[in-house]
Design a protein around this ligand. Sequence first.
Ligand code: PNS
Length: 161
Amino acid sequence: MRVAVCPGSFDPVTNGHLDVFARAAAMADEVVVAVLINSSKAGLFSIDERMEILREVVEPYGNIRVDSFHGLLVDYCQAHGISTIVKGLRAVSDFDYELQMAQMNYRLAQIETAFISTNPLYSFLSSSLVKEVATFGGDVSGLVPDAVLSRLESRLSDRMG
Ligand code: PNS
């Protein structure tokens, strides 16, 4: 049974992430989408909210589940029998840091990283840009799942008071 992990902050998940999850799910027996718990960084959405959204969007896939982790990703992988990390690569600018992390994760625990080339439709897309554009009233429909759109609207209107 080959289990792969797609790790990230997912604050919030975008259609680019979802494309990577779906393609990873076609290659592995099971995919775990693992949300990093980072207590030093407050997000727009709480970890529970991110996981709830992720569970909604991966529901149609029979072999994707959602979890959270803190500490080193390789420790999480080893504790859960996960052999492969799957990441999306949007552009060359992602490559330097992703390669460093992949090499470090292999050095630490011989966990392999596989890269999926992001669908060009989403190569400019990031969670932080989505938040910035939505904050200033820009239209992010088509870039995030509907489960995110509705929550973004209510979260941002709460913030505006
Ligand atoms: O969505 P993000 O924030 O770009 O995801 C980054 C993430 C969670 C994949 C990365 O920060 C990570 O793996 N963090 C866990 C801590 C860790 O293992 N650090 C060493 C990496 S070599």
